[in-house]
Design a protein around this ligand. Sequence first.
Ligand code: GDP
Length: 308
Amino acid sequence: MDQNKKILVTGHTGMIGSAVVRLLKQRGSIQLLTPSHIELDLCNQAKVMSYFKQHSPDYVFHLAAIVGGIHANNTYPAKFIYDNTQMHCNVIEAARQSHIKKILFPGSACTYPKLASQPIKESEFLNGLIEPTNIAYAAAKINGIVMCQAYARQHQLNAIIAMPTNAYGIGDNFHPEASHVIPGLMKRFHEAKKQGLSEVVLWGTGTPLREFIYVDDLADALIFLMENYNSSEIINIGTMQEISILNLAQELAEIIEFKGKIALDATKPDGAPRKCLESSRLFSLNWKPKISLRMGLKKMYAHYFLKS
Ligand code: GDP
């Protein structure tokens, strides 16, 4: 990305968007466009079109999205599918009309089939049924991915599709029900330690396997792809390190120094039994994550809970 080009980051206040902006700013004198929601309502097609006309971005990271954990996905499916589909339809079409140089669209590991062979290769896309707890969110993402590929084919739009594994870190959502597992558990362990509780409850059976990427590593990979990747073939972004939810909880308890018991609430859903991405396509381009899970959890815990 040339220094004098304009880079639009949608969703710059979100966890991934703010990490991308942080990293881009460290690179010096680039022209960043980070409109607020008031300046640019991405659900409003006319406003998106006129914003692109007025500002002519060269590169677009479309990172705005309504996101949430397993509970939020299950409870607000209509909002997840409607808002997310509207936003990317508007942005991708505006990108075509204003002849941008490249757009990056993030997919999500949850767009792969629930029972995909593991670790999940890019070729598993549309190869089976989706986990039902996040079908609405996944369907919107699938629409965005197919739309990028269709625009690349019909209009030669340079659209790249990055498929990140579960991200966590600074900027995460700590809502007790809408959060993903790491912020949810981090907060519960911290509160339990502070209040001297003897038990923390883990949702589900603790057996699902997940892979997690620290948000700075993810942002670094997205910028790396924007600079080095030119294909509408999906590319996975993961660490290729997986952990069970119970082991994750034990690791968090250790970092937070919660000495009580970890109980399981099997009435809560497990979601997909295993979700680990095969990231060798990305690794073969010479990109590797730098932050281990333990290091990332410690950084995040220190940032949010050890400030004062
Ligand atoms: P997923 O990867 O889309 O399933 O997203 P989540 O991060 O919401 O959940 C990952 C796994 O952690 C699932 O098996 C959940 O049941 C489990 N889990 C255990 N405790 C919690 C919690 O407090 N919050 C969330 N969100 N998930 C939890």
